[in-house]
Design a protein around this ligand. Structure first.
Ligand SMILES: [Zn+2]
Length: 472
């Protein structure tokens, strides 16, 4: 997320303008519904530094199978099958789900108890669990849009001709029951049945498209580990463009793009996607996914999102926005977060990828982009009061420092350790942690190992200190 900052002045201004008191109250209202009410359930929460009560550490999901039927009136009827593992003995466990009506829950084929408090669906199986288990949840209703602590809308978003899901950070629970944390990645099968005349986009590769009486089922398969927040569906009237491109190593990458016809053909934007993938392969190494594409829709949220393989754009994107969301396929999606407090790793890298694209296409150099960002924020600018790795509040997740100071941190690191070591750092980071999750200290250790320098004070100044770092 949530798009490329240059594109988001109104959204960013609203977010940055949020008074601290209001932000704290919003954060409290977000967490109280899921926190103390769950006392007694050992399985709730992950201990995340910003969103501690969302998701759980009690089990590990391997796979989600989602079978969802969308009706013309905007309602859904769905079944989500969750294959998971636990090393504990679980007499009950939690899933995250908001809104919707749960019709039935089974665990390993037997009916299980189900109760709901706040945003938790607590499942009590017939017998305590250990090891692998399979949960099936049948549910229906009209999904709700979720309002974030910063006031932005996410999760299930109705559109003029259907609906789009953009779920960073926690909107996944508006459309399927899940372990709603980025640290628990899984593979996905997503089958979407929609009225004839509508198309249905999602992540990964399209396995089949089957026509029935009055409906069409689109079956998507995501074979690579994916965080629940990156699962996307977009239902509406689209022009569908199918092609492929040759990746650096020779692999053929299928591309399927979905463009709302009101935005035209977007041939240029679809070409920029391919150029941005080549740019990503140059700086990070081989493309991490099994497919690619763009989804362009009138979503009305004011941001784009790097949903895995196939990012969603709220209207026609500019080139740098496509570069930003495509870079996230490596940094954010493949190399994911263990903790939301490290969001700068996603946004700093993706913003820095814009700077390196600009330098590679004849625009200003990295040195110039850094100098411009530094000069545009004088030492007394409140911008410096929010250190990117110490945001303190979920309302700050997508504030400007996450992006701009994050990118400045990486470029200051490049200037400190040199272009060659920085290039090695960036490529090693995305290779070693491919498909996994990371924390900031792992980047510090890797940068120290590659450069042979002690970088503790450098990271402290750029990421954890509420003031403008000095530069030479
Ligand atoms: Zn982003």
């Amino acid at each position: 997320m949530k798009g490329h900052v240059m594109h988001l002045w109104s959204v960013r201004a609203r977010r940055l303008a949020t008074p601290i008191i209001a932000a704290v109250l919003l954060a409290a209202s977000l967490t109280t519904g899921t926190g103390p009410a769950q006392a007694g359930s050992a399985s709730t929460g992950t201990g995340d530094s910003l969103l501690p009560d969302v998701g759980t550490s009690a089990y590990d999901v391997q796979h989600y199978g989602i079978d969802l039927t969308y009706a013309a009136d905007g309602s859904i009827r769905a079944r989500t099958t969750i294959t998971a593992q636990t090393s504990r003995r679980l007499s009950s466990f939690d899933l995250d789900l908001v809104g919707l009506t749960v019709d039935r829950v089974t665990v390993d084929g037997r009916t299980a108890g189900a109760s709901r408090i706040g945003e938790k669906l607590t499942v009590t199986p017939a017998h305590p669990l250990k090891g692998g288990f399979r949960t099936v949840v049948d549910y229906h209703g009209t999904p709700q849009t979720y309002t974030d602590p910063d006031g932005s809308s996410e999760g299930w978003i109705p559109t003029p001709d259907g609906a789009t899901v953009l779920a960073e950070p926690i909107g996944a629970m508006t459309w399927f029951p899940d372990n709603n944390t980025p640290r628990d990645k899984a593979t996905f099968d997503i089958a979407l049945t929609v009225p004839q005349g509508l198309e249905a986009a999602s992540n990964g590769v399209l396995d089949s498209r089957r026509h029935h009486a009055g409906t069409t089922t689109w079956s998507w398969r995501q074979d690579r580990p994916m965080a629940p927040y990156l699962a996307m569906i977009s239902i509406g009237q689209y022009q569908v463009f199918t092609s492929s491109m040759r990746l650096h190593g020779g692999r053929r990458l299928p591309i399927i793009s979905f463009v709302d016809p009101t935005f035209g053909l977007l041939a240029h934007e679809r070409q920029v996607l391919e150029d941005a993938i080549r740019h990503g392969e140059r700086i990070y190494g081989r493309y991490p996914g099994t497919s690619a594409g763009i989804v362009v829709e009138d979503v009305g949220v004011g941001y784009a999102l790097e949903t895995q393989d196939r990012a969603v754009y709220d209207g026609t994107p500019d080139d740098l926005t496509v570069v930003h969301e495509t870079a996230h396929q490596w940094v954010g999606d493949s190399v994911g977060l263990t903790d939301w407090g490290d969001i700068w790793l996603n946004e700093g890298f993706a913003t820095h990828a814009e700077w390196s694209w600009t330098a590679a296409t004849g625009g200003q150099s990295l040195d110039e982009s850094f100098a411009e960002a530094y000069a545009s924020h004088p030492a007394n600018d409140p911008f410096w009061e929010l250190p990117p790795a110490d945001l303190g509040d979920p309302a700050n997740l997508f504030a400007e420092p996450t992006y701009t100071r994050g990118a400045m941190t990486l470029d200051a690191l490049r200037q400190r350790i040199g272009d060659r070591d920085f290039a090695e750092l960036r490529r090693t980071w995305t290779t070693v942690h491919r498909g996994g999750t990371v924390r900031t200290r792992q980047l510090l250790r890797l940068a120290e190992r590659i450069s042979g320098q002690d970088l503790d004070a450098f990271f402290q100044a750029w990421l954890y200190t509420p003031e403008r770092p000095a530069i030479d």
